[in-house]
Design a protein around this ligand. Structure first.
Ligand SMILES: *Cc1c(COP(=O)(O)O)cnc(C)c1O
Length: 400
């Protein structure tokens, strides 16, 4: 018999009752240090007073009204994003998938109104994750995402992640290519980072061939890396950028940001969303943005991120039979396990003892603590990982 909840997730049986800062409390009374953050969502921790205040104040005034009316909170939030990023204009939606989906539409529309309607192909990268809609699964192209969901949606082709030679070959000699889409740091793919020079080179290639560059910063954006957006470690700016996860600190909100040029075909009637940018979402997103842009906030992310990475490096040195590589940038941290181990073993071990982490591709355990984390909590997490290494190391010996 099928469960009442469609069984598309492999769930553990822990249920949480409340959260406070970096900690979650389960219904059976246990406390967990939350380095999962709802998968890089609750960036200000749980029950942040400024977010509670913003949500409650707005809830007492107006929850929702249609985008056929003027929404002052949406106007204000868009202006802040335009002020603080490369973008000239913003469309608000409710999730990462929707933001990517709009970006895909925009690339096609841009080429269409620019006199190149044949340029419908978007070059994407292996190991990507862009969401769960039909377009975004075929943009990612991974077998486990698309299996059984054919016919394949045309208009995407794939190259190895951050491989400039393959990318150039995919663009040169294919007059149907209209854009390039990738994550500056792959999330589900295992926290692989593209070097900043790669981003700069993509920009040059795109300019040479009249292509739009779209970045998926759904996971790596909103301060996660120690910059507002991960591409700010390079010198380039994209034409289009999708973001979501950390943007609402747990309230569902996403956005597609773009330059005026890339948006030139997006006139009235070309896109819409019933809920996108509604007053509740905008009140919370605004409060999150207030915190992210406070003096010293991103410095703390970089500082704690560095301490965390140094700790992870120490673990890699001390337990090479368990941990083989530390990955990621800022507080988007991963540690890759030796091939004979499965991520589940480490994720389960530390969770039973009180630390929440998330498995990712390439045998990587992801750690995405709230950005308000302190050194004490970074050290606490490292001790859980060290305990796991001690356990896995002796397991390796027993089974040998
Ligand atoms: C999570 C994620 C998405 C999809 O976001 P949803 O809100 O789940 O639709 C897209 N791209 C990346 C990089 C993500 O991490």
């Amino acid at each position: 018999m099928i469960p009442a909840i469609m069984p598309t997730y492999q769930r553990t049986d822990i249920a949480f009752e409340r959260g406070e800062g970096p900690y979650l409390y389960s219904t059976d009374g246990r406390r967990f240090l939350d380095f999962a953050s709802g998968i890089a969502v609750t960036s200000l921790g749980h029950s942040h007073p400024a977010l509670i205040k913003a949500l409650n104040e707005q809830a007492n005034k107006l929850w929702h009204c249609s985008n056929i009316f003027t929404i002052p909170g949406q106007q204000a939030m868009a202006e802040r994003l335009v002020r603080d990023t490369f973008a000239d204009t913003v469309f608000f939606g409710n999730s990462g998938s929707e933001a990517v989906e709009l970006g895909i539409k925009m690339i096609r529309k841009y080429q269409h109104v620019s006199g190149s309607p044949e340029k419908t192909t978007i070059v994407c990268m292996n190991g990507a994750f862009h969401g769960r809609t039909i377009a975004t699964i075929f943009a990612a192209g991974q077998k486990k995402l698309i299996d059984g969901f054919g016919p394949a949606l045309p208009g995407f082709k794939h190259v190895s992640y951050a491989n400039m030679n393959e990318l150039r070959d995919a663009v040169v000699g294919d007059s149907t290519v209209g854009g390039i889409l990738f994550e500056p740091i792959q999330g589900e793919g295992g926290y692989r980072s593209a070097p900043p020079e790669f981003l700069d080179d993509v920009r040059k290639l795109a300019d040479e061939y009249g292509l739009l560059v779209m970045l998926d910063e759904v996971q790596c954006g909103n301060g996660r890396t120690g910059k507002l957006f991960a591409h700010e470690f390079s010198n380039m700016t994209p034409d289009i950028m999708a973001t979501a996860k950390g943007m609402g600190g747990g309230f569902p909100v996403g956005a597609c940001l773009a330059t005026a040029e890339a948006s030139k075909g997006m006139v009235a009637g070309t896109h819409g969303s019933t809920y996108g940018g509604n007053p509740l979402a905008m009140a919370v997103a605004s409060a999150v943005w207030d915190e992210l842009t406070k003096l010293g906030f991103l410095e703390n992310v970089r500082f704690q991120g560095q301490a965390f990475h140094e700790g992870l490096e120490r673990l890699v040195k001390a337990y090479p039979e368990v941990y083989v590589e530390s990955r990621g940038v800022g507080l988007m941290a991963g540690i890759r396990l030796a091939d004979h181990l499965e991520t589940r073993q480490v994720v389960d071990f530390v969770r039973e003892r009180g630390l929440l982490t998330v498995a990712a591709g390439e045998n990587v355990v992801r750690m995405v603590p709230p950005l308000i984390i302190t050194r004490a909590e970074v050290d606490e997490a490292l001790i859980f990982l060290q305990d796991a290494a001690e356990e896995m190391k002796s397991k390796g010996r027993n089974s040998a």
